[in-house]
Ligand binder design. Structure first.
Ligand SMILES: O=P(O)(O)OC[C@H]1O[C@@H](O)[C@H](O)[C@@H](O)[C@@H]1O
Length: 221
């Protein structure tokens, strides 16, 4: 890798941890209780990376008051944490990739659509926060993915230009957010297969887990 300052910006859910099936299950339960049915795969493609409040308003009505949305989102995220809690662990090869990235001086950030309680649940619950220079969550930006706001804020706080940032993502809306931010992207196929990302020209690598990735090769692109 060259001497220029560079950053890795990790999506959290579905990327650092393989938890999207648990998010989807908690949404299915949440909507079922309100007499609504959702298709799991379609739901993942169209919502993963959006903020909970955006997902709730899109499905239940834009008229909902902020406090109502907050309470509904709290309910959904509580179910999610109960479901995923016993399964919490990082995706294979994550610790080793972080170790190598630190050795090479890569600045490390997280940019997630998750609320603070879920960030604490995952990053503190797995003792990962110490690895990251910057953590950006739903509370820091108005709009979720596919808007680039979270990635751009993370890059700004890292003081690394977008073209020197590599995003790690598992969801199409997240890859699109990276594209809009002017960032290259590594896709983790935790939830969708590689061909679900064929349309994206900013994808530089696709991997089942982090052990398959070579840092020098990523920055050589
Ligand atoms: O993939 P990210 O950016 O970490 O996003 C996490 C969000 O992804 C959404 O799909 C979930 O429904 C939210 O509840 C969750 O917080």
């Amino acid at each position: 890798m060259g001497l220029e300052k560079s950053a890795f910006i990790f999506d959290m859910d579905g990327t650092i941890v393989d938890n999207m099936a648990f998010h989807t299950q908690s949404w299915i339960t949440f909507f079922e209780q309100r007499g609504m049915t959702i298709d799991a795969e379609e739901f993942f493609r169209t919502t993963a990376g959006r903020q909970g409040k955006e997902i709730i308003r899109a499905h239940m009505g834009e008229h909902l008051l902020d406090d109502e949305v907050l309470a509904l989102n709290l309910e959904k995220e509580t179910v999610y944490r109960e479901l995923y809690g016993p399964h919490r662990k990082t995706v294979g090869g994550f610790d080793e990739l972080i170790r190598r990235a630190k050795e090479q001086g890569v600045v490390l950030a997280v940019a997630t659509a998750a609320p603070n309680a879920n960030i604490e649940f995952t990053l503190d619950g797995l003792d990962l926060r110490r690895h990251f220079d910057i953590v950006v969550g739903a509370a820091d930006v108005a709009r979720g993915k596919p808007n680039p706001d979270g990635f751009l804020l993370a890059a700004e706080r890292c003081a690394v230009p977008p073209e020197r940032c590599i995003v790690f993502e598992d969801a199409p809306l997240g890859v699109e957010a990276a594209r809009r931010a002017g960032m290259r992207c590594v896709v983790l196929t935790t939830t969708l297969p590689a061909n679900a990302f064929d349309e994206f020209e900013n994808v530089i690598a696709v991997a089942a887990d982090f052990s398959e990735l070579d840092i020098d090769a990523l920055f050589a692109d």
